[in-house]
Design a protein around this ligand. Structure first.
Ligand code: SF4
Length: 318
């Protein structure tokens, strides 16, 4: 049996080893971080309106303006992305809200594809995914989308994704797979996501068996089981009392543009607290290479998040 002294010593050594690993990891990570001239992934929040009131989502706490990004602003962004399409690997057409509420979504997908974006993607609850829209999105060239489907029965689903209807959405999902197959289309691939939580009883196995035969793995479809995360003070599910010990690399790889043009570094910032620019008055490149982003990168490199209240409530750096 371990003596008390040995226990304390071993605990100390284990902590030292953990810290050592983290220190070496951060040194390595820091040496690899270099900002390209343009963000590799650009998230464009086409809307932050939603037709659901999911229990875990902080959207109901938005005090920022709600709406749909005007087409003129979207076109301005896409035109700049086209000039830099060597650097951009992904455009996400969503952030907070249901992207299918935007009647111009198919057009926006098509413009992004015509601009040379390799991967165009969005996340949807699929409640508005009619057969007509399936045809439009496939024709527009959509590469991939994720379906948030957070229940395995009408009861668990409707209790979690409040305002939506299990049967109707399930029919939409089945319609999508039927149409894609009938058209012999190779895209978009689909990720069907579950979020185990008390409201849906966390029936992960049941969820997997519900979709396992529906998806087509040869086209890259998959099932994802995700975990609840914090939303920068909007909703908190994880403990963030430990000090920050990891460099967050979002400012090197992603830019999130809210529907009104304000720019934040990541999607955890649900209410637009950490604004680093405004694309209505500046360019994507101007903001990406501007003072606010550069300061953020310098501070993140030294694990200094003190100026960033959303980061201070984020579990990714713990
Ligand atoms: S630390 Fe968290 S909140 Fe801050 S930029 Fe990174 S992921 Fe976003």
């Amino acid at each position: 049996m371990e003596s008390c002294e040995a226990m304390v010593r071993n605990k100390f050594l284990r902590a030292l080893r953990r810290l050592g690993k983290r220190y070496v990891f951060n040194l390595y990570h820091r040496s690899k971080l270099s900002a390209a001239h343009f963000p590799p992934a650009v998230w464009i929040e086409n809307t932050n309106l939603c037709n659901a009131r999911c229990v875990m989502c902080p959207r109901d706490k938005h005090t920022r303006p709600q709406g749909i990004m005007p087409m003129a602003l979207f076109e301005k962004l896409i035109s700049e992305i086209e000039k830099n399409n060597d650097a951009v690997t992904r455009v996400h057409l969503h952030n907070y809200g249901e992207p299918l509420l935007d009647k111009d979504l198919a057009l926006k997908i098509r413009l992004a594809k015509e601009a040379g974006v390799r991967q165009v993607y969005f996340v949807t609850n699929a409640s508005l995914l009619t057969e007509e829209k399936v045809h439009q999105y496939i024709a527009a060239g959509l590469d991939e989308f994720k379906i948030s489907f957070y229940g395995t029965s009408p009861e668990t689903y409707n209790n979690t994704m409040v305002g939506l209807d299990f049967e109707k959405t399930m029919n939409n999902v089945k319609t999508f797979f039927r149409v894609r197959k009938a058209l012999n289309a190779k895209h978009p691939r689909v990720l069907v996501q579950y979020l185990p939580q008390p409201h849906n009883l966390g029936l992960t196995d049941e969820f997997v068996s519900m979709f396992d035969d529906m998806i087509d793995r040869t086209l890259g479809d998959s099932i994802s089981i995700f975990n609840l995360h914090n939303f920068g003070g909007g909703r908190s599910y994880r403990d963030t009392s430990a000090p920050a010990c990891t460099i967050c690399d979002y400012p090197w790889r992603t830019m999130v543009i809210l529907q009104n043009g304000l720019v934040v570094p990541c999607c955890m910032d649900y209410n637009g607290e950490q604004v680093v620019g405004d694309v209505t008055v500046d360019s994507i490149a101007g903001i990406w290479n501007g003072t606010a982003y550069r300061q953020m990168r310098e501070m993140f490199k030294t694990l200094n998040y003190t100026r960033y209240p959303v980061c201070l409530r984020c579990e990714h750096i713990r």
